[in-house]
Design a protein around this ligand. Structure first.
Ligand code: RFL
Ligand code: PHB
Length: 393
């Protein structure tokens, strides 16, 4: 088999890249290790920045999102049993859309099917060869049979644990990382959201986040210890802890309901640089991870491939191979900006055993500042809604 761009991974960036390339007249084939129903059912993040929303609409893939997504103009930030509203639209003119990542993936797959973009699900033993040279190849097995995909370029969109980053020879990439001593336990509950906006709550017992997926489904997270596992968190303990952390002077509480899904996600910051080796380009979680405190992971991944599609198209259609040289640099500027913001939100809102009484007072002072100063709230809001995606040329 032959294609111009071989894409490893059918997550949001892999699928979006295939669509963007198709629009430019460039052929791509997407290889995915899991089956379609698994990928479409994988529950993760749910906040889309305006740049991501606009891109989906431009590609003609925004119909379901516009119908089912929930447009949010503000968030709430809480501490010491009080909640404060930060009106992002008043401060920045922009908004965000609450729409599950798995819904985005479902829409991208349906769109690919309609457009005839090939996605091969359930491939095994994927390996990259010849990435330093002019004709890289992806080897894989499908239905037990070995196959080869010959490409001009390869996009590694296979997440943090994928094979693409590992295919780069030792010593080429520099990695920057920070592990946090806590994780997030997330639940989906069958309960009508009892607040119109997302609430980021600091409390002495740890951070909690109130979010939603639809008029009947609430999404909730709570900070737990990095060493804890799901067996230690029966539903009753989750609700008890959520109610403790969200306790507010006005008596507000998230409405409880049957737990539909429960998972734990480790919190880490991770960047690899450069995001390129030879004809292999890394995008999304394969190249960087942000802690979920400001749901930036998927948006950053989409921003990467918007830049990559422009660069690949210039290289393939106009013969300007040098167009690809700026990919890494352009993306890393945005990634570091998002890393700074996600780290800042994380350290303002979470408790750590290493924190002293001084750290706690500093956190409260920071929370007072962002909820009472227009300048500080504007800085939070402009980062929250997402900075513009840079045009590489
Ligand atoms: P993904 O979504 O992990 O997709 C990678 C895809 O590649 C496939 N794959 C392979 N395919 C072929 N061959 C191989 N050898 C392959 N190895 C892997 C995988 O099956 C998968 O389909 O990464 P991608 O595409 O870069 O997308 C980025 C976003 O998914 C990611 O940034 C966010 O979902 C991160 N994230 C969260 N971000 C938030 O902002 N808020 C959250 O609440 C949040 N929750 C999460 C998350 C990531 C999680 N992971 C990766 C463990 C919860 C989880 C569980
Ligand atoms: C979510 O709804 O999954 C979500 C919302 C906001 C975040 C992280 C996750 O900061």
């Amino acid at each position: 088999m032959r294609t111009q761009v071989g894409i490893v991974g059918a997550g949001p960036p892999g699928l979006m890249l295939a669509h963007l390339l198709r629009r430019e007249g460039v052929d791509a084939v997407v290889l995915e290790a899991r089956d379609r129903s698994y990928v479409e059912g994988r529950i993760r993040t749910g906040v889309l920045e305006q740049g991501t929303v606009d891109l989906l609409k431009t590609l003609g893939l925004g119909e379901r999102m516009e119908r089912l997504g929930l447009l949010h103009h503000a968030i709430e930030v809480g501490y010491e049993k009080q909640r404060f509203r930060i009106d992002m639209t008043a401060l920045t003119g922009k908004s965000v859309m609450v729409y599950g990542q798995h819904e985005v993936v479902t829409d991208l797959i349906a769109g690919a099917e309609a457009a005839g973009i090939p996605i091969l699900f359930g491939v095994e033993d994927v390996a990259l060869e010849g990435i330093a040279g002019p004709s890289p190849t992806i080897r894989f097995r499908r239905g037990g049979v070995g196959e080869e995909l010959h490409c001009d370029y390869i996009a590694g969109c296979d997440g943090f644990h994928g094979i693409s980053r590992a295919a780069v020879p030792d010593g080429v990439l520099t990695t920057y990382k920070r592990e946090y001593p806590f994780s997030w336990l997330g639940i989906l509950a069958e309960a009508a959201p009892s607040l119109d906006e997302l609430l980021y709550m600091h409390s002495d017992c740890g951070f909690a986040l109130f979010s939603m997926r639809s008029p009947t489904v609430t999404r909730l997270y709570l900070q737990c210890d990095r060493t804890e596992n799901l067996a230690e968190w029966p539903d009753e303990r989750v609700w008890e802890e959520l109610h403790r952390r969200f306790e507010s002077m006005d008596g507000w509480m998230p409405k409880a309901g049957p737990v539909l899904q429960k998972s734990i996600t480790a919190m880490r910051s991770f960047v690899t640089a450069p995001m390129q080796f030879g004809r292999l380009f890394l995008a999304g979680d394969a190249a960087h991870i942000v802690p979920p405190t400001r749901a930036k992971g998927m948006n950053l991944a989409i921003a990467d491939v918007k830049v990559l599609a422009t660069c690949l198209s210039a290289a393939i259609r106009e013969g300007k191979a040098s167009a690809l040289d700026c990919y890494s640099e352009v993306c890393l500027r945005r990634i570091w900006s998002a890393q700074r913001f996600s780290w800042w939100m994380t350290s303002m809102l979470h408790n750590s055993l290493e924190d002293s009484a001084f750290d706690r007072r500093r956190q409260i002072a920071e929370l007072e500042y962002v909820t009472h100063s227009v300048a500080a709230a504007t800085s939070l809001a402009e980062n929250y809604v997402g900075l513009p995606i840079e045009n590489p040329f």
